[in-house]
Design a protein around this ligand. Structure first.
Ligand code: AMP
Ligand code: MG
Length: 317
């Protein structure tokens, strides 16, 4: 792999592992409300502090775009909550840190280099709160192109044991390693081409997409492998690991724009595993428009082999 990416990925993987350890340590998280009524937990902020600390210490030139900010944290958790996060972060890193450290890391925007970290500290917070799937996600964009990603999936079993880290990208390939420790093995998308064997993934939360349209596309394209609903970018991980062929994410409403931290890591990983990602019109996702995919309508992730037949079924409607 290109030398700069290799060192970067080593650091990001270590940070993602520590962030996953923090999420697991929190156990039974309390639900806090963010503006816009999306849930958040102390673990979201703790995870973001760990991930952005790695950017600050190792890659000061890199820009950072991350889901959470400390203004909401003060409103939702107060000084006591921040002190609690500092304890959690310190325990996960094995070193002391203060509330000021944590707030500084959470709000980091980074330098002016060509690389951007697109960070979702807990993707699928609703799944995390339900005891279902969630992912710690870091996507690396270079001039807006997803070149690498790391997905920590503490409750996902990609064919080994529960708890896995997937990492890699288009010029690297993709590897899965147990969160508990152990060697990495290469993963690849499935070779399925037949509609009748094609397995589909979608969101658990109906409000995050359009389940009726997913059902219609399955019927129109005669996709016969089943439709499983799981939270977060674990869906990208499952396609990359050959456990499903399609992840279809129609827009939840006309004015919804997908956020880059919900996709950057997943796109790098699926493309690196041999798959394909576009929007529902077949256009590549454009990560050059700030924090949202402003130019794209929905997201279609596949093993590549069944991509066109799903696009065709979307066009017919
Ligand atoms: P998933 O678990 O795949 O449904 O995706 C979780 C992500 O959905 C969260 O990280 C949010 O950023 C995102 N999200 C929240 N509200 C919406 C919405 N109305 N439409 C689409 N995505 C949303
Ligand atoms: Mg998210």
């Amino acid at each position: 792999m290109p030398a700069p990416l290799s060192g970067l990925l080593t650091s990001v993987r270590a940070a993602v592992r520590a962030a996953c350890a923090l999420c697991i340590a929190v156990g039974d998280p309390e639900r806090l409300e963010k503006q816009g009524r999306e849930p958040v937990t102390l673990a979201d902020y703790g995870s973001q502090a760990i991930l952005l600390r790695a950017a600050a210490l190792g890659f000061p030139e890199d820009r950072v775009v991350a889901e959470e900010g400390s203004a909401q944290l003060f409103a939702a958790a107060g000084a006591d909550g921040i002190a609690e996060i500092a304890d959690l972060v310190g325990a996960a890193l094995g070193e002391q840190c203060t509330s000021d450290d944590v707030v500084g890391w959470i709000d980091r925007e980074g330098g002016t280099g060509s690389r951007t970290w697109a960070v979702d500290p807990i993707d699928g917070t609703k799944g995390f709160l339900r005891g279902d799937q969630f992912a710690v996600a870091v996507g690396i964009l270079d001039d807006g192109v997803p070149v690498a990603g790391v997905l920590g999936c503490p409750r996902f079993d990609a064919g080994g044991s529960t708890g896995v880290v997937l990492w890699g990208g288009p010029s690297i390939g993709v590897f899965a390693e147990p969160l508990a420790g152990g060697s990495a093995s290469r993963v690849a998308v499935s070779e399925v081409t037949e509609p009748e064997a094609t397995r589909v993934l979608g969101s658990v939360e109906a409000a995050h997409g359009d389940p009726a349209l997913v059902r219609e596309v399955i019927d129109r394209a005669r996709l016969g492998g089943g439709w499983v609903r799981i939270d977060s970018q674990v869906k990208y991980a499952a396609v990359a690991a050959g456990m499903a062929e399609v992840y279809l994410r129609p827009r939840s409403r006309e004015d919804w724009r997908e956020r880059i931290w919900d996709h950057a890591a997943g796109v790098a990983i699926v493309e690196g595993a041999g798959g394909r990602v576009t929007d529902l019109d077949g256009k590549p996702l454009d990560f050059t428009f700030g924090p949202t995919l402003a130019q794209n309508r929905g997201v279609l992730v596949t093993n590549g082999r069944v991509h066109d037949l799903v696009l065709e079924a979307l066009r017919v409607g």
